[in-house]
Ligand binder design. Sequence first.
Ligand SMILES: Cc1ncc(COP(=O)(O)O)c(C=O)c1O
Length: 420
Amino acid sequence: MASQTTCIEHKISSKQFAKLAENHGTPFFLYDADAINGRIRLILDSFEHLVKVFYAVKANPNLELLRSVRDTADGLDISSGGELEQSVLAGFNMANLSFAGPAKKTEELVLAIERGVGCISIESIRELIEAVEIAKQVGVKASITIRINPLLMVRSFGMKMGGKPIQFGIDEESLSPVLKIIQENTKYLDFQGIHIYAGSQCFDVSGIVAGVENILRIADEIEAGTGLICKKINLGGGFGVSHGDQNHELDIEALAKKLVPILREFHSASAVEREIIFELGRFLTADAGIYVTRVISSKESRGKTFFMVDGGLHHHLAAAGLFGTALRSNYPTHNLSRPEAPLICCSMAGPSCNPTDLLGIDIKLPRPEHGDLIGILKSGSYGFTASPLLFLGRQTPTELILHDGKIVLGRRSRTIIDFN
Ligand SMILES: Cc1ncc(COP(=O)(O)O)c(C=O)c1O
């Protein structure tokens, strides 16, 4: 079985980082598409190809990156009309898209139906009724899954997105009228199956297994009660991967050992061919990205050492601990220019006027000099597009992609003027 960990900083030398900074300026993100493809294959192989892997675009929507995973990922999980358009540009087959989101606009539903998105994950009665109306008008059947908010809450998800009152999906106990509408509108709706996304950042194998067993039970019950067939079952994912210094992540080998027999039995008990899907974001991408920033200045303040860098929360909100984290932890940080220097305890501050703009607090780092390049690891997910890029009018970072051993430009830097 392939290794679970991938280390971009071991593939690129200090000299190469210096060259990239010279050619593209700083800060920049570098994403290792080869590593992401390796992670997708790890999941496919570990689960003996009983599951499909959809790449969650929200984790990292860079177009070049999407193109680089097109031949490995079975499909994409998208959340907006914008991500749909990006998927078209990346060359994905629309049939292999799952479109979730609790507030899809009418124009987004029209786009998804016209383009033939394979799973429009319906999250409310309003979306269902609107899908029927649109399908009537455009003369194309809407291909839908129902996103369900299950009664079961799996407590081991760091961020829980089901099993409680929540804006996502249709409550399990309220499914009957929804299924009735589907049965009455088979002329306009192509029912594909169900979707449950229980949450993010789960490190507990038994929690994921309990969630999967629950979804398969719900699928069985829907089929027994209605005669509808769940050809596609989107299990969600939420596979945990730590962003902090500890190299902690969900144990895929242990998960596969428990889930493979369950999935095998489910597949063999059914008369129809099923697609069982995991939609994964950070588990595929987090480790595969590095954010590179340059030391501009330094100072002592009341016994603490600060290094000020040209990158910060405006590019990487998550590294400053401000995106979707309950407890802040430092991302692993390396001095790429001077890895052998003696260690110093210091904080790494970004250029903004906000005191939360700290990419590292009391971290131990080979003592940087002005001009050194600092690499923030585990930066492949929820970075560029999950940050207030235009805050204070600094340039956006360049994004670079390592694919088939070569580094190519993924997206050029832009100024605030470009957005006027
Ligand atoms: C519906 C859905 N799918 C997939 C994901 C990806 O989650 P993660 O990056 O934790 O794998 C999310 C995250 O919010 C989501 O809401």
